[in-house]
Design a binder for this molecule. Structure first.
Ligand code: SF4
Length: 359
């Protein structure tokens, strides 16, 4: 068995940087002099969203909100609408709140101090490390899923702790005097995304294979060990496709929590084995004083959130009587104007099932 050469952070970082300079992908947020707002935006978008999707949406976003000031000035609904389809909407709400804090508390300049930056809404250790290193050249580490996998394989460690991972990533980014920290962090993530992939890693093309313990042991695919799948709760939501005089009833969700501030078709959770139409009519009456006449049930629409699976059961409804005038979170929206509202993907799919505007 070939044993790996003595692994050192300095040797690995030099090999990684040389590889990155030659092989890095051409991505729109990788600019010679990165603007902190753009780096921050790209890092927020890239959490939970594929690079190919972000490539397009990043450009669209900048066409709409070209600067931190422009985003800070925007209305909350406008921001959610621009984020539509990317999911995990808390990212957009937090970014919007955070840039407003930067505008008001830092004269519109993103703070280059990691401690200050981390006090902003939605900024965790990863985002702070990425923005500090890429935008400001500060030797701050990053650990994401890609980095975790690469480090676990280098060390042939089935279950590295978060503490060890951050320590090792920190050692590497500070080695060699902390030269080019942004490039180094991106190289590590890029290696995990394109070479040291979860399945069938391309070890033959890997710049650090000589110091990789898992490669030497032939255990690459077993590192890190897979976590046992969590059981995810499942909810069923009876949902009203309520059409009245050419308009659809929409409801704004509470600001906090899942899909906060987004608009949706009003619905109620099914908690017992009651007919979906009966449950919907009863729930809408109790919750909003709406008297509806349930009609056909359309095909269910399923959606998986991080910690929850939801099956929406859409039912076409007519209005018998309504009693919610003055509730700002319920609006009648003309069918052909639904695109004005920020609706989550599953809601758009239900609207499309009803033949309304959707995508
Ligand atoms: S040698 Fe293989 S397993 Fe090791 S870091 Fe490179 S790609 Fe990953």
């Amino acid at each position: 068995m070939n044993l790996p050469a003595e692994p050192t952070s300095a040797a690995r970082r030099e090999a990684l940087l040389a590889w990155y300079d030659e092989h890095r992908r051409d991505l729109p947020w990788r600019e010679p002099s990165p603007d902190p707002y753009r780096v921050w935006l790209s890092e927020v978008m890239l959490q939970q969203t594929r690079v190919e999707t972000v490539r397009k949406r990043y450009r669209e976003w900048l066409a709409r909100f070209p600067s931190l000031e422009a985003l800070a000035e925007a209305d909350g609904d406008e921001v959610l609408k621009a984020w539509e389809g990317l999911g995990y909407y808390a990212r957009a709400r937090n970014l919007h709140r955070a840039v407003r804090e930067v505008r008001d508390g830092y004269r519109g300049t993103v703070p280059d101090d990691p401690e200050a930056f981390r006090t902003l809404p939605g900024v965790g250790r990863y985002t702070a490390g990425a923005v500090m290193s890429i935008a400001f050249g500060r030797p701050e580490p990053v650990v994401d899923g890609n980095v975790r996998r690469v480090l676990a394989r280098w060390n042939d460690d089935p279950a590295p702790s978060d503490r060890d991972l951050w320590e090792e990533a920190g050692e590497m980014v500070r080695a060699g005097g902390g030269r080019r920290p942004g490039a180094l962090n991106q190289a590590l993530m890029e290696l995990g995304a394109t070479v040291c992939t979860p399945r069938s890693p391309s070890c033959d093309a890997c710049p650090v294979a000589a110091t990789c313990a898992a490669f030497a042991a032939g255990t690459q695919e077993e590192r890190p060990a897979k976590k046992r799948a969590r059981s995810v709760p499942h909810h069923e939501i009876a949902t009203a496709l309520l059409l009245h005089e050419g308009s659809v009833l929409l409801r704004r969700r509470p600001e906090e929590g899942l899909l906060g501030g987004m608009w949706e078709l009003p619905g109620v959770r099914l908690r017992e084995s009651v007919d979906v139409r009966v449950a919907l009519a009863r729930g809408l009456a109790e919750e909003w004083g709406l008297e509806v006449l349930p009609g056909d049930e359309l095909e269910p629409v399923s959606h998986a959130f991080t910690h929850l699976r939801v099956t929406y059961r859409p039912v076409c409804c007519g209005l018998a009587a309504e009693n919610f005038q003055g509730d700002p979170d319920l609006v009648w929206c003309p069918v052909d104007e639904m695109d004005r509202f920020a609706l989550p993907v599953a809601q758009r799919r239900m609207a499309a099932l009803a033949g309304w505007s959707g995508r």
